[in-house]
Write a protein that binds this ligand. Structure first.
Ligand SMILES: [Zn+2]
Length: 84
């Protein structure tokens, strides 16, 4: 039995049915899991955990960036409609 390294849910996985490098999705937390080893199966979470310390900064930057993107897109849409 394999456990999701992210949420520790048991994943019903046959080690004969997976290949190294295969990407699975955890049925519980939907984390992307790479099969890094078979016999026994070992799963590695595909994520940006390495950047975890910067997570708060990234969220703030995204929030500011979204506002700018939205206004730019709105202007572009208006221009396109006007030409037509
Ligand atoms: Zn999981």
């Amino acid at each position: 039995m394999v456990r999701c390294p992210e949420c520790a849910v048991e994943i019903d996985l046959d080690e004969d049915e997976v290949d190294e490098g295969e990407i699975l999705n955890c049925p519980e937390c939907e984390a992307e899991l790479e099969v890094v080893q078979t016999h026994p199966v070992h799963l590695n979470v595909i994520s940006e955990d390495d950047d975890e310390d910067d997570e708060e900064d990234e969220e703030e930057a995204e929030a500011e960036g979204d506002d700018g993107d939205l206004s730019e897109e709105a202007v572009e849409d208006e221009e396109e409609d006007f030409e037509e």
